[in-house]
Design a protein around this ligand. Structure first.
Ligand code: DQA
Length: 140
């Protein structure tokens, strides 16, 4: 089973960026732990700060992978193009946010992508990615 974790803008700074909100662990370190925790899953990871690169990646894997876990960062709240890209592919997408976006500023309460995703996991820290893998491995 092939799963891509796709992280959007500023998530390359996890571990350094607002640790009170996003924690102190880098995604690279956490990704290695995920690989050990889910040895039977062929896990891939890609991060970009560029909206078009995220869309290109969705197109690239979105007809062949078994699942995509997408944390689109701030593009969640702004990107019609990501909404359309998720709608255009056949691979199921699970939306993940590390923080609880509903406990934060109002502009984070609206997601333009949730309607095209299987579901939304928000507020469980990095564990949300593991929860999404758990869902995808049981449902595809
Ligand atoms: C985030 C929440 C977004 O509102 C924010 O812009 C991010 C990270 C999260 O994982 O909690 O960059 O997606």
């Amino acid at each position: 089973m092939k799963i891509l974790i796709l992280n959007g803008p500023n998530l390359n700074l996890l571990g350094q960026r607002e640790p009170g909100v996003y924690g102190t662990e880098s995604f690279e370190v956490y990704f290695k732990k995920l690989q050990l925790r889910f040895p039977s899953v062929d896990l891939h990871y890609y991060q970009s700060n560029v909206e078009g690169e995220l869309i290109n990646k969705l197109h690239e894997v979105g007809f062949s992978f078994d699942g995509i876990i997408l944390n689109a960062g701030a593009y969640t709240h702004t990107s019609v193009a990501l909404h359309d890209a998720i709608g255009a592919i056949t691979t199921p997408v699970v939306e993940v946010h590390i923080s609880n976006v509903y406990a934060r500023e109002e502009f984070r309460h609206k997601s333009l992508i949730t309607a095209k995703c299987k579901g939304l996991i928000t507020g469980f820290g990095l564990e949300g990615y593991a929860m999404a893998i758990g869902y995808l491995t049981g449902h595809s």
